[in-house]
Design a protein around this ligand. Structure first.
Ligand SMILES: Cc1ncc(C[n+]2csc(CCOP(=O)(O)OP(=O)(O)O)c2C)c(N)n1
Ligand SMILES: [Mg+2]
Length: 779
């Protein structure tokens, strides 16, 4: 268990209450400045979420200034980003100019960003639900590293998500709960800013207490903070029990509306509903309207003592904890409770009133300790300097994993998918740092994506040993399925979101935990789409992983349209941070895997996606080594064009045999006909774009695709071919203005064998020949 001493004394509480005010003010002011004071050049609304920040300022002040342990990592609710920046501003970690440039170019990002903000951000957030779940997988990765002796147990931290309550509507939360339970995750806290408001409205009352049930069922402790100190004291007064009962049964939307309307409305409603009950009239009469409004909005999530108590309770065990902190969206602001307050902003007079209420003089709005006397300011500054916020973990240093040469698997006929399995097996057998750094994972398609041999060699990862019952019973199976702390495959259930979030977490092991992991995840190519936002999320925060998606295209013939992938090449081309390859041959695959393990570790590297196939094809007899550099750069001439060539076939992946057959049939009739093997339309396109942009800022450097196509005359024709959306290659015509006839799949697939399907979808040699005739016609 992680040792933590969380201070809960009254001095600490008083300091944090003051800091809560500072955070609420600075976040509101940052947003106000960006929207109303900073000159606008384009009239576009800047935006920002003052109410979402005010809802969470006490939770964050309590956590950062008292609750956090030295190795804890936090994913901050996207719309509370300004609070995180305000904390770092008070710590002196972030310059004022960045705050003044909130949502501006190179200023504070709207939502916390690992890569774009200058302050330490542990996890990026933005797409709701994903930042929450990544913390659960980060705790699994932390356990993996501890179990493998790669992270000392006493350097463990909690992986904490500060989340909005509407995030509980995202399905990926529940996919993760199930997976987390199976893996018995530890040291994970999710703290819910339970303001019962989302973007559009208030949230459903029907879910009241259901979340507790769901999380408890999945092994979590649930700590609910419903009432603050003031409310608890009032409940002890005569009439207090009636008040408590009224609050507990009040519908969310009524509570929100009354909050917005304020003290007078509270008094009228409470008098009407429970005014006749013993003690209530006097309880109300003892408070003026302002004090009554303060009482009614004194929920647990705005009470420092309650929050610190909850953090201490959560820290007493390593079981995952859900802390439901009731809050008021827009607490302390005139926007409080209004159903439309999500993007609502205070106007200038309202900001002035807030400023005055905090004693901040005009012109002192940015001063971190404004509104406090000298002594108080000094004391608060000292408190902050001694708080956990001043010792937040930073990204760690880590060693590179050496990547030895990866020999190509031998065999006259091979599929890239089988070759992938064999390469990994050879790495497993060879052992050493590369094998030890690889962690594999798959959403229930481990065996069918050829990870089986690797798993046989390296085992499943389980914190507590998992016996292979079939093996023990001597039931024959090619697959071993036992697990222990030394295993290197993380078995996931079918939920592609979990795959990508697991890859994101493992792909951040180096900066978060100081040990480079090389995560390899396998998935069915069409089902990448299922986890697309999570894939994008991982790439956005520069997590590094190798995605191996297989099988691809209509080449998976008998499986039919539901399993045949069509658009992933386009998805990959549009995805920053991910480089896609679709090799045709096993030697290319080995070269690309070698390159990938380096690229995953390179300073300006990224993640890699290999799109593979189960089709066995005849492997080429290589005359030289030229293909190697070409395939890593995105393509090479499998059949170099002759001088003055009239045309070339451009092909990718599993359809190379059809391209070769057409080339054989055509090359006598089409003088100089070339065959370009594309391994990465993605790299070729990126290189082309970069070269175009580069010509305006430096000397012209031809991109790889420009160099390749320069082997053809300007008026040469291209027939392009891939088992996927034809648009992935048809753009090649734009590089040098060469006319293109694109072949590919742009209708849903269906069952069949290869001859049938290649004919139906115009991917066979006849189609290529017809397309070539079309390309060569003078129009
Ligand atoms: C996946 C996704 N869908 C939609 C949005 C747009 N959006 C931003 S915040 C939000 C609701 C937030 O409500 P909640 O999580 O309760 O936060 P709070 O009330 O604290 O602002 C929505 C729908 C988003 N950011 N991500
Ligand atoms: Mg909410």
């Amino acid at each position: 268990m992680i040792e933590t001493a969380i201070k809960t004394d009254t001095d600490t509480i008083a300091m944090i209450e003051r800091l809560d005010d500072r955070l609420r003010w600075l976040s509101a002011w940052m947003i106000h400045n960006a929207n109303h004071l900073r000159p606008s050049r384009d009239g576009v609304k800047v935006g920002g979420h003052q109410a979402s920040c005010a809802s969470m300022s006490t939770i964050m002040a309590s956590l950062y200034f008292a609750g956090l342990g030295p190795n804890d990592r936090v994913a901050v609710k996207p719309h509370a980003g300004p609070l995180l920046h305000a904390i770092h501003y008070m710590l002196g970690n972030e310059p004022l100019e960045k705050l003044q440039n909130f949502r501006g170019f190179k200023g504070v990002q709207s939502y916390p960003s690992r890569t774009k903000d200058v302050i330490p951000v542990d996890f990026s957030t933005g797409s709701v639900g994903l930042g929450v779940v990544v913390t659960a997988f980060a705790s699994l990765v932390q356990d993996y590293l501890i179990a493998h002796g790669r992270l000392p147990e006493d350097e463990a931290g909690r992986m904490i998500a500060l989340m909005g309550d509407a995030e509980l509507d995202e399905g990926n939360i529940y996919e993760c709960l199930i997976e987390g339970y199976k893996h018995d995750i530890r040291n994970c806290w999710w703290i819910v800013d339970y303001n019962r408001q989302s973007l559009d409205h208030t949230t459903a009352d029907r879910m009241f207490r259901r979340f507790d049930d769901i999380f408890e069922t999945c092994g979590w402790r649930v700590i609910t903070l419903k009432h603050g100190r003031r409310q608890k004291a009032a409940f002890a007064e005569p009439g207090g029990a009636a008040l408590e009962q009224w609050i507990d049964s009040c519908p969310n939307v009524d509570y929100a509306a009354l909050t917005y309307q304020g003290g007078g409305a509270w008094r009228a409603r409470l008098t009407a509903d429970i005014g006749g009950k013993r003690g209530v009239a006097a309880l109300l009469a003892r408070r003026d309207d302002d004090e009554l409004a303060r009482l009614m909005t004194d929920l647990g999530g705005h009470c420092v003592a309650s929050l610190l108590g909850a953090y201490a309770e959560a820290a007493a065990s390593d079981r995952p904890a859900l802390i439901i902190a009731y809050t008021v969206k827009g607490k302390g602001l005139p926007l409080a409770g209004h159903k439309d307050n999500h993007a609502g902003q205070m106007n200038a007079p309202q900001m002035a009133t807030l400023r005055d209420s905090l004693g901040i003089a005009e012109g002192q709005e940015w001063a971190p300790w404004a509104g406090l006397g000298d002594n108080q300011a000094a004391a608060l500054q000292a408190f902050v300097a001694a708080s956990p916020a001043a010792r937040l973990p930073r990204d760690r240093g880590f060693d590179a994993v050496p990547v030895p040469a990866i020999p190509a698997p031998e065999g006259e006929e091979q599929s890239t998918q089988a070759a992938f399995g064999r390469v990994l097996l050879e790495i497993a057998k060879a052992g050493g740092p590369l094998a030890d750094a690889i962690v594999t994972t798959s959403p229930d398609v481990t065996v069918s994506t050829n990870l089986g041999p690797w798993v046989n060699a390296r085992g499943l990862f389980r914190r507590s040993a998992l016996a292979d019952v079939f093996r023990a019973a001597k039931i024959p199976s090619p697959q071993k399925w036992s697990g222990d702390a030394a295993g290197q495959h993380v078995e996931l259930g079918i939920a592609e979101n979990n795959l990508f979030l697991m890859l994101a977490a493992a792909g951040l092991a180096a900066p978060l935990f100081g040990t480079r992991l090389l995560p390899v995840g396998t998935v069915y190519d069409p089902f990448i789409a299922r986890g697309l936002d999570a894939l994008n999320y991982g790439c956005y925060q520069d997590a590094r992983f190798l995605l191996v998606a297989t099988p691809s295209g209509v080449t998976l013939a008998p499986e039919g349209g539901a399993h045949q992938s069509i658009n992933p090449p386009l998805i990959a081309m549009g995805q920053p941070g991910l480089t896609m390859f679709e090799p045709a041959y096993a030697d290319e695959l080995a070269a690309l895997m070698h390159w990938s393990f380096g690229h995953l570790q390179a300073v300006n590297g990224g993640s890699v996606y290999l799109r593979l196939t189960t089709r066995n094809i005849v492997q080429p007899a290589r005359e030289d080594n030229g293909w190697r550099a070409g395939s890593i750069a995105g393509g090479y001439w499998l059949k170099p064009p002759g001088s003055g060539a009239e045309a070339a076939i451009v092909a990718m992946g599993a359809l190379m045999p059809e391209a070769l057959q057409a080339w054989e049939e055509l090359h006598h009739d089409v003088p100089g006909l070339g065959l370009l093997s594309v391994t990465s339309p993605d790299l070729l396109h990126r290189g082309w774009s970069a070269a175009g942009a580069g010509r305006w800022s430096g000397p012209a450097v031809a991109s790889h695709v420009e160099t390749l196509l320069a082997a053809l005359p300007a008026q040469a024709r291209l027939v392009t071919l891939l088992d996927g959306s034809p648009a992935a290659l048809s753009w090649l015509g734009g590089v040098r203005g060469q006319r293109v006839v694109p072949l590919g799949v742009d209708r849903f697939g269906q069952t069949g064998d290869l001859p049938d399907l290649y004919r139906e979808y115009r991917l066979d040699a006849d189609a290529i020949i017809a397309a070539m005739a079309d390309a060569l016609i003078e129009r």
